[in-house]
Ligand binder design. Structure first.
Ligand SMILES: [Fe+2]
Ligand SMILES: [Fe+2]
Length: 480
């Protein structure tokens, strides 16, 4: 079998030669029932018997890697798929730059690699858990199907990380693989590892914001791991990124469709001022200031996922050749960064100031900046929708000091514009900047399921094109 061909004969579809690696196959087959139990327990609630029109990865080449068809989610073929091996791939950065990429785990970096894989792996099932009740209030079958597509692919991403743990980390890898099925999003005793993955995703606007902002953190982390000198990790994450692109699409187009519907409804009703909140809400759509508050919340939670701006862990992982920069292979510099600096916003004597830091320790900051630029482009496209409708309003990304729990600004309060203020002033203003209980209740009041094929809830526009070019009234989920 060539390294690219996908084997569908085994219980676990794969292109990693599982049928020749009995030990690994056994280990994964032992893990599989626990995974299915987890999926039935914590996956989409109430839809395990429905036929869902899903794409399944059946190859790893850019063209034709996915196949569409109806499937019951517990029967989804979660496979282990790696991007094609690059011949003679070399490590592209850090102390081992120019050496052949590792096919086995280098002993000295074993603990570091395991930690990175476990942290990435933990986010995948967490988001499935966070989104498990959303199917019940889907604004259309199209959206319901997109939710489930994201969910099964996050499930596959868990498989991808578990494969690495089981194959390369022996007994402690198996232990970690089991623990990934034990932690639960939001659980007091056994929470997921990162903050944003223990928050609730209470409504569909949150879901779209989550896939736009938080899945995009995932994309950035995967991009930097795709540069890894540990070749199996690089190949695994490169393939995950192909799926991740769809998650970005679901988020961006979802929020875009919410905005579009709001603008259309305002125009039809002759409302020009987006701050006439009660009048806009009376039309059964989400007012734009509330969309902004949701963006403020999800963006600030997602910034926390990048960790401390200045971090020796980040420097160590880079020097080791384990975790690179975003698009490292397209950057033109020495890929060592030993004498370079990078600007970091810090709190200096009670003021926010730009400080030049050692470029190696500032790698989290750099990745976060790349993230903000990437997110900013999507926000720009939302603003075009508003502008096209002739409404004066702009969605903006808040300042990085706003509403932070981790890093330089964890212990201060700042407005979305980055003005420092007392905690007391912040508390008084908070409801203007973050979704209030009232906002949440209003959005909840819109969350009524629409399950007629081709029909959409009043608060969201229909998509421009269907999934897999299906017609507008296609039955994406067959409920039973
Ligand atoms: Fe993922
Ligand atoms: Fe994702």
């Amino acid at each position: 079998m060539t390294s690219n061909a996908v084997d569908y004969d085994t219980l676990i579809p794969n292109n990693v030669g599982l049928s020749e690696d009995r030990r690994l196959l056994k280990a994964l087959e032992r893990w599989h029932p626990g995974y299915i139990d987890w999926w039935k327990d914590m996956g989409p609630n109430g839809f395990q018997e429905s036929n869902v029109y899903l794409r399944t990865a059946v190859g790893v080449e850019k063209d034709g890697w996915a196949q569409f068809g109806y499937v019951k989610m517990p029967e989804y073929r979660w496979g282990v798929l790696l991007a094609p091996q690059v011949q003679d791939r070399k490590i592209g950065f850090g102390n081992h730059q120019g050496e052949p990429a590792w096919q086995e785990v280098p002993g000295e970096y074993r603990a570091m690699l395991r930690r990175l894989i476990v942290i990435q792996g933990d986010t995948e099932p967490a988001s499935v858990e966070q989104q498990r009740y959303l199917g019940k209030t889907a604004p259309s079958l199209y959206d319901m199907r997109n939710l489930f597509q994201v969910n099964v692919e996050e499930g596959r991403h868990l498989w991808a990380m578990v494969y690495l743990l089981q194959k390369y980390f022996a007994a402690d890898g198996r232990e970690e693989a089991n623990m990934l099925l034990e932690r639960r999003s939001g659980d007091i005793d056994k929470p997921r590892m990162l903050g944003a993955f223990n928050e609730e995703t209470p409504d569909w606007l949150s879901f779209f914001m989550f896939t736009f902002f938080t899945d995009r953190d995932g994309k950035m982390q995967l991009e930097s791991l795709a540069q890894s000198g540990f070749d199996p990790l690089s190949r695994t994450t490169r393939f995950m990124l192909m799926e991740e692109a769809h998650h970005m699409f679901v988020g961006e187009s979802g929020v875009g469709r919410v905005i579009e519907k709001t603008c259309e409804a305002m125009n039809q009703a002759g409302i020009e001022d987006p701050y006439e909140i009660e009048a806009v809400r009376a039309l059964g759509v989400v007012d734009l200031p509330t969309v902004q508050k949701k963006a403020n919340l999800h963006y600030s939670l997602s910034l926390d996922l990048f960790g401390s701006e200045v971090s020796t862990n980040a420097a160590n992982a880079y020097n080791a050749g384990i975790k690179g920069r975003y698009q490292e292979d397209k950057i033109e510099d020495d890929h060592r960064l030993l004498s370079d600096t990078y600007p970091v916003l810090k709190l200096v004597n009670g003021e926010i100031k730009g400080v030049e830091e050692n470029a190696l320790t500032a790698l989290n900051m750099r990745l976060r900046d790349d993230y903000s630029k990437d997110a900013g482009k999507g926000v720009g496209r939302w603003n075009k929708i508003i502008k096209k409708n002739g409404i004066e309003f702009e969605i903006t990304l808040p300042h990085c000091a706003f509403h932070r729990m981790i890093g330089e600004f964890a212990n201060i309060s700042a407005s979305p514009e980055g003005t420092l203020m007392s905690n007391e002033t912040f508390s008084q203003q908070k409801d203007n900047w973050l979704p209030s209980q009232q906002d949440g209740e209003f959005i909840q009041s819109l969350m009524r399921p629409v399950v007629e094929p081709g029909q959409y809830a009043n608060w969201i526009a229909a998509p421009k094109v269907g999934v897999d070019r299906k017609p507008g009234d296609f039955e994406y989920v067959q409920l039973n």
